[in-house]
Design a protein around this ligand. Sequence first.
Ligand code: FPP
Length: 260
Amino acid sequence: MSLEDVLTWVEQGSAEAALARQIDFDRLPTHVAVIMDGNGRWAAQRGLPRVQGHRAGIDSVRDVVEASARVGVQVLTLYAFSIENWKRPPGEIATLMTLLKYYLRQELRRLLDNNIRFKVVGRGDELTSDVRDELAFATRQTETNTGMQFNIALNYGGRAEIVDAARGAMDAGVRPDELDEDRFADFLYTAGQPDPDLLIRTSGEMRVSNFLLWQIAYAEIWVTETLWPDFRCRHLFEALHAYQKRERRYGGITRPVVAG
Ligand code: FPP
């Protein structure tokens, strides 16, 4: 995607357009992962029940998924529900699952139009059958798409994923002397996908919250005070711009994100 292409769909004279001019679209992070946080605080600030924050967060999901696909991010992973989130009140959990089903039903057409391939990362088999059916349908419908890989982390835990991968390797009969980091990664939920280059967290918290623990080993972390329901394409562009100013060293010598 070139700047000229991006300027055809962002509003002229907008903050997005100004930021787009500062981004090198040939050097985007390949994989962007997002911890969507602050829905509850967004609702509390407005005197609304927490679930209204999750409901409003759907608009941010829609905007960020579409913008990421359009600029040419290859993989986007959104953290929607952690294994620890089962500790929340049953009503909030039920709303989150309903919102997820609603989102998939409403957005499937748009995912197809944008050539997006959808996948769940997490212990999907522990979800209720109605949610599993909806997820399986969206996965099947989009599986031949060739554009952005869109992962939703659902009933996800980073440590659980590593345990599941270890079990998977043992079940596959991998011998200890055959096991190295690359072979192990073949048993993660994200097998075959590049690791995140950029991890975004909204609402100002400085934590990784058991998200993609193996995969974020070398990710650049960008935290914004913006609460998830207020997060839009403009904030994604801010993150991409900030990412391109980082120096990535991978424990060695300087490797600038943008050469020159
Ligand atoms: C964190 O905010 C957010 C979540 C636990 C859920 C995120 C879910 C959505 C945005 C809606 C459904 C998702 C998809 C992909 C369709 P919080 O409740 O922890 O906020 P707080 O820290 O302010 O309390």
